[in-house]
Design a binder for this molecule. Structure first.
Ligand SMILES: NC(=O)c1ccc[n+]([C@@H]2O[C@H](COP(=O)([O-])OP(=O)(O)OC[C@H]3O[C@@H](n4cnc5c(N)ncnc54)[C@H](OP(=O)(O)O)[C@@H]3O)[C@@H](O)[C@H]2O)c1
Length: 243
């Protein structure tokens, strides 16, 4: 178990041409029932999920654990029935009317001081965390110090964290070397379009510096392929290079 931050698993579904949503950035609902069950299973094993504000704006809601076996397992292992839901947003510009705020989940907000102002006077978020990157020392142009936030989440008892997208958040997590496992469901459709989002947005990586993955398992169910990777740590890559 990691001492300094939660163990992080990214879970995404993608079209066969590598898009996580259509060019309108619609809510991605193209995964099958199997994919939904797979996502629910992943959510059911973690202490918290982290989602980017763009994803929340697209869906207006979040997936909760509803499978009785998964709920029973959480109960048996002394976990709350639902994992915590943590929303990452710089602007904190979220509509308080969306259904997410009526769902039976505990919600935390990770934002800037300015973003926090509006929500501090309200009930929707149980806790609000502000971890601003130092001015002039902003990590990779990020306004929020996600590394410091994750260290705090670990101290708050979050050992396992599922990152549910979207592409901007996942890019930041990879850029900061904060991802341990990556689940990708390849779904049988073509979304196309230059602006449609992909699993990892951001500035991209030069090939020599690209995060490397080890394939842990592949499952095929009907027309979907479930890919499960482990992220090879940078030190391991360096050792392989030296060796
Ligand atoms: N197929 C799938 O599995 C899947 C999963 C999730 C999402 N999606 C799709 O992805 C699309 C949304 O993509 P997106 O790129 O907008 O995703 P996103 O990463 O969910 O949202 C981007 C927003 O989240 C906040 N954010 C993300 N990273 C941040 C960082 N490092 N620091 C501060 N704030 C950060 C910012 O919010 P503010 O703008 O509020 O500052 C940013 O504008 C939707 O179409 C959705 O359907 C697909």
């Amino acid at each position: 178990m990691l001492q300094h931050r939660p163990y992080v698993t990214v879970i995404l579904a993608m079209s066969a041409d590598g898009k996580i949503a259509d060019f309108k950035y619609s809510a991605a609902r193209f995964g099958s029932q199997f994919d939904k069950a797979h996502l629910e299973k992943q959510i059911a094993i973690v202490d918290a999920v982290l989602l980017g504000a763009g994803t929340l704006r697209a869906y207006g809601t979040t997936l909760t654990v509803s499978n009785p076996n998964l709920l029973q397992h959480r109960e048996k292992t002394d976990k709350p029935l639902q994992p915590l839901h943590i929303v990452l947003t710089e602007s904190a510009n979220l509509n308080p009317e969306i259904r997410f705020f009526q769902q039976p989940v505990r919600r935390w907000l990770l934002t800037t001081q300015q973003g926090a102002d509006f929500w501090r006077k309200r009930w929707e978020f149980e806790r609000i965390f502000t971890f601003e990157a130092n001015p002039g020392n902003e990590q990779l142009n990020q306004k929020i110090n996600i590394t410091a936030a994750l260290a705090q989440f670990k101290l708050e008892g979050i050992d396992n964290l599922a990152v549910l997208g979207g592409g901007k958040l996942v890019a930041a997590m990879f850029e900061l070397d904060l991802v341990d496992e990556f689940w990708l469901t390849v779904c049988p459709l073509i979304l196309g379009g230059e602006i449609a989002p992909t699993p990892v947005a951001g500035n991209g990586f030069l090939e020599n510096f690209a995060p490397r993955l080890e394939l842990l398992e592949v499952k095929t169910v009907a027309n979907e392929v479930f890919l499960h990777y482990r992220v090879v740590r940078r030190q391991e890559v360096n050792m392989i290079d030296v060796g």
